[in-house]
Design a protein around this ligand. Structure first.
Ligand code: ZN
Length: 311
């Protein structure tokens, strides 16, 4: 693992430097939905993950996005790979010792959130004169949309069966409208009922599927996950502390693939996740007793969303 990591080091650092040099950290493999003005609409086709049995399109990655007094730190949570995470552990510890709302808010900063990544074909996106239309991208669904997928599939088995079909499948319409200053409304986002083909010919369909990114390599590769030492340094860089075990401290260089972005707070985009009102009180109650259920707060981490995450 380490020799492989070292081989990748220059490549990863170069990529980060190039991007941070421009003041923003963009990666053209990724497409994002964003609320522009008071209403935006996009149509995407979720593509199957051809590398897994059944083609389930998305993979889950847990991510830390910490906003400490306007300074942002982000990195992927090693729990995604089944490893322990000192940041999550600290969050749980702080949560169980929390005496008041302020303590709870400090604890929540340490929690990771679930992000679902998949390949999509962008069918409608009027931004930039439609330049993204007809192209395949990686896309991160937020919790609100992910819940919509699941509830719609649950209610409609037929839809589920044909969802990913190259012929007679279904597009997904992302409709965003302005709900309040912080959170757009996704209520009208859904899989469209009308069936459609992925492309006009089999050759085109095949070409689209061939353009899909390898989710394992792009999203879940070991090199995209930080060492404990890296997380400690990142937290310290924004004035937060983190205890790590001695064996972790001797771990070789941190992974810069998930470098924090020197992004000013004013860049916070409009496309925040919808807060899930009905879930909140329950989550509060549950986590009072069971702080290990920190994922209940995914929608409530507030300051950052997938749309804020530069990958
Ligand atoms: Zn974590």
């Amino acid at each position: 693992m380490i020799p492989d990591f070292r081989k990748k080091y220059d490549e990863v650092v170069n990529r980060c430097e190039q991007k941070s040099g421009e003041g923003s950290f963009t990666d053209d493999r990724f497409w994002r939905h964003k609320l522009i003005g008071t209403e935006s609409m996009y149509v995407i086709r979720i593509l199957p993950n051809m590398q897994v049995d059944g083609g389930i399109p998305w993979v889950l990655r847990r991510e830390h996005n910490i906003n400490q007094n306007g300074k942002f730190v982000k990195f992927n949570c090693p729990q995604t790979l089944g490893r322990s995470c000192p940041v999550c552990s600290k969050g749980s510890e702080l949560w169980s010792g929390a005496q008041n709302e302020m303590d709870k808010n400090i604890a929540k900063k340490h929690f990771a959130r679930d992000c679902y990544y998949m390949n999509v074909l962008v069918n409608v996106d009027e931004r930039e004169n439609g330049e993204n239309q007809g192209k395949v991208f990686l896309w991160a669904s937020n919790m609100t949309l992910q819940k919509k997928f699941v509830s719609q599939i649950k209610d409609d088995k037929e839809l589920f069966y044909s969802l990913l079909a190259e012929q007679g499948g279904h597009d997904f319409r992302i409709k965003m409208s302005k709900k309040n200053e912080d959170f757009p409304d996704y209520a009208e986002s859904k899989f469209v009922a009308e069936k459609s083909d992925l492309a006009a010919s089999e050759a085109e369909m095949e070409a689209i599927l061939e353009k899909c990114y390898d989710l394992q390599e792009s999203i879940l590769d070991e090199k995209l996950f930080p060492t404990d030492q890296y997380m400690k340094e990142k937290l310290e860089s924004v004035g937060m502390s983190l205890e790590i075990s001695e064996s972790s401290e001797s771990t070789p260089s941190p992974t810069p693939a998930v470098e924090s972005t020197p992004k000013p707070a004013v860049e916070k985009p409009a496309a925040e996740p919808e807060k899930t009102e009905e879930k909140k009180p329950e989550a509060e109650e549950k986590t009072e007793e069971a702080p290990q259920e920190e994922e209940s707060f995914d929608d409530d981490l507030g300051d950052l969303d997938i749309d804020d995450i530069d990958i």
